[in-house]
Design a binder for this molecule. Structure first.
Ligand code: GLA
Length: 392
């Protein structure tokens, strides 16, 4: 079943009305989108390249100032609320307030002083699907604080502090891709971001007749975050081995396959496999952006399959459900490319599918997935949208 989206205007109205009901004042409203990543996975924290885009699923956040130092948050979709105080930012057992609190803490550390405020948020980013609902929530908070208290922060500062909030307060060692995509997204464009220099370029994603189809496994395996951190350490271990011979090497960005073969493979074959994937993935991304510029979406798609193979076999962050979904579409002439997306161990596959064949594909794959995994397949059509914005 292809899930339809509630219009964004409806969501803005819903959130605004709810805010007025609860708090009795008129809020400002911010929209912050989730993201897809076309290619370049597990490269951001290795100072490599990524190619994400913001999508038509977002968090909507309504905020208004309070006269005291209190923080009142309502998570509409969870039907939960939180009350806290600016002077005591401690992590909440409910977990979701931490994404907001972490951002407030980072603002304070940068010398800004947000006042007390009321907040109602909700949205339509499927949680656990690997579309970065957490980054969207952090970016929404940073953007809303900036609007509400007039800090005049630039987008990149808000991206960095949102990422830091996740690293420090939430405790996930994520890279910068998700927050960057959510904040800097541009309609119908993908962003080629160099995570070393933070230089970025927009590439038109004019894929007439092709749809970005997300197939959601509906699973999120519990090892996701511990294995994520393990991969980071393995990449660092590879860099250290190379650095003994090449002191100038700072990250896998500076490492070649030849260096890995010489200095890492003989010492630690597992670390070598991880690092090989990252070095190959960066090269693949650069070639894929050239495909995009030439308008060769088929060549681009083939690289997505190659990325999946690498993520599954060398980086080992896939899972049976993701592999199954990619196998199901491989060889289908209507599917130009497919791979697991995001951190791994669950979430979605991203597929480039010929428009006229989307329904037939879903009708074929959904029952097969249900039969094989005993899970319902959820399907989203990703449209590329602008990044975080003020809506009201
Ligand atoms: C998660 C992280 C990102 C990135 C991806 C893998 O989404 O939040 O920073 O590392 O995994 O590419």
């Amino acid at each position: 079943m292809v899930l339809s989206t509630t219009g964004s205007t409806d969501l803005v109205l819903q959130i605004t009305d709810k805010f007025k009901d609860i708090f009795g004042t008129t809020p400002i409203v911010v929209r912050s989108p989730g993201r897809v990543n076309l290619i370049g996975e597990h490269t951001d924290y290795n100072q490599g390249f990524v190619l994400p885009a913001a999508v038509n699923k977002a968090i909507y956040m309504a905020v208004d100032r309070r006269k005291d130092n209190e923080l009142h948050f309502v998570a509409l979709d969870l039907n939960l609320s939180y009350k806290g105080n600016l002077d005591r930012l401690v992590s909440s057992p409910m977990h979701w307030p931490d994404y907001l609190l972490g951002v407030i803490q980072q603002l304070q550390l940068l010398g800004y002083s947000p006042g007390g405020f009321n907040c109602v948020f909700g949205g339509d980013i499927p949680s656990g699907a690997g579309m970065s609902s957490s980054a969207a929530l952090e970016c929404a908070t940073a953007f809303a604080m900036n609007e509400l208290f007039g800090f005049q922060l630039d987008l990149l500062t808000m991206v960095k502090l949102s990422q830091k909030a996740e690293n420090v307060f939430v405790g996930v060692q994520c890279g910068i891709m998700d927050q960057f995509a959510s904040m800097f997204g541009r309609k119908n464009h993908v962003i080629r971001l160099d995570c070393q220099s933070l230089e970025y370029e927009y590439y038109p994603f004019n894929t007439d007749g092709v749809r970005i189809v997300l197939l959601d496994t509906g699973v999120k395996h519990s090892l996701a975050s511990s294995e994520y951190n393990t991969r980071r350490r393995q990449c660092e271990a590879g860099v250290s081995l190379v650095r003994k011979h090449h002191p100038g090497v700072e990250s896998l960005r500076d490492v070649t396959l030849a260096m890995l073969a010489e200095y890492v493979a003989p010492v630690d074959p597992l670390v070598n496999r991880r690092c090989e994937f990252v070095v190959e993935e960066n090269a693949r991304l650069l070639a894929a952006t050239a495909d995009l510029q030439r308008g060769d979406i088929s060549a681009f798609g083939r690289k997505m399959f190659a990325t999946h193979e690498g993520l599954s076999r060398k980086y080992e962050v896939s899972c049976p459900e993701l592999d199954y979904l990619v196998q199901q579409v491989q060889g289908d002439p209507a599917v130009l490319g497919a791979r697991m997306m995001g951190g791994g161990f669950g979430g979605c596959t991203i597929n480039l599918v010929r428009e006229e064949a989307v329904d037939a594909l879903v009708e074929r794959v959904a029952p097969a997935y249900q039969a094989a995994m005993n899970l319902e397949l959820k399907v989203y059509i990703g449209q590329i949208e602008n990044g975080t914005s003020r809506e009201a």
